[in-house]
Design a protein around this ligand. Structure first.
Ligand code: DX5
Ligand code: ZN
Length: 224
């Protein structure tokens, strides 16, 4: 079921021009995005390598936006303290990388950040059953992680709706984020299923328009 709170949009810097990352972050802030989403990849859990805590610290110096760090890395517990002290407000770990998920979530909270769990497209909603009360957000991957610009997987919509139902049953205020292939075409589908935060890279930084125009197009698509 659609949420009544305003839908938030987090801009994924993966699609930004890394040669002018600071400017892109301030453009996104001026345009009114609600958060910056930072994709951390290790070349092991996913087939790509991106950025580490130094980039989070650099962004922290140029923006007041919440910095949400999405860890697509094996053994994320080794890096949680580094990301938190670099300025990550929120740290999201994959269920698939955390054999001791409860402990990892407590570690994120003890480091002073908000904690979230990410599910790959093939990971079932049911695996959240015994961790949902402990987390601040769930992120549903709507593509297989590793790269920006991939096509949205329609089969994930049913899982988003199922997780919305699980959160509502618990009267949980945790955010329900979606990540991958989110555009003016797909945003209405995930919002109708109950997503409360849209993570978007290509449709914000890679749209071939100004960031504010791209954001306006995305917001307009979910107005109704
Ligand atoms: C993919 C990342 C996403 C990515 C989304 O592994 O987690 O955050 O940046 O990019 P788009 O919006 O281009 O699909
Ligand atoms: Zn991401």
């Amino acid at each position: 079921m659609k949420t009544s709170a305003p839908i938030q949009i987090a801009a994924s810097i993966l699609a930004a021009d890394f040669a002018r990352l600071g400017e892109q972050a301030t453009e996104a802030e001026a345009a009114g995005v609600d958060a910056l989403h930072i994709d951390v990849m290790d070349g092991r859990f996913v087939s790509n390598i991106t950025v580490g805590p130094a980039v989070v610290a650099a962004l922290r110096r140029v923006t007041g936006l919440p910095l949400v760090t999405h860890l697509m890395i094996l053994e994320p517990e080794r890096f949680i303290a580094h990301f938190a002290s670099s300025g990550s407000n929120s740290i999201l770990v994959h269920q698939e990388t955390c054999p001791h998920l409860h402990r990892t979530i407590q570690q994120i909270k003890s480091a002073g950040a908000r904690a979230g769990v990410v599910l790959n497209p093939a990971t079932p909603a049911a695996c959240l059953e015994d961790i949902l009360d402990d987390i601040d957000s769930v992120l549903v991957m709507t593509v297989d992680p590793g790269f920006g610009g991939q096509a949205f997987i329609p089969g994930t919509v049913r899982k988003i709706a199922r997780i919305r139902q699980m959160l509502d049953e618990r009267r949980s205020s945790a955010t329900l984020q979606v990540d991958g292939g989110i555009s003016a075409e797909t945003a209405p589908l995930v919002v109708a299923a109950g997503a409360s935060v849209l993570v978007a890279g290509s449709s914000i930084f890679g749209a071939g328009t100004r960031v504010d125009q791209a954001l306006a197009k995305l917001r307009k698509s979910i107005e109704a």
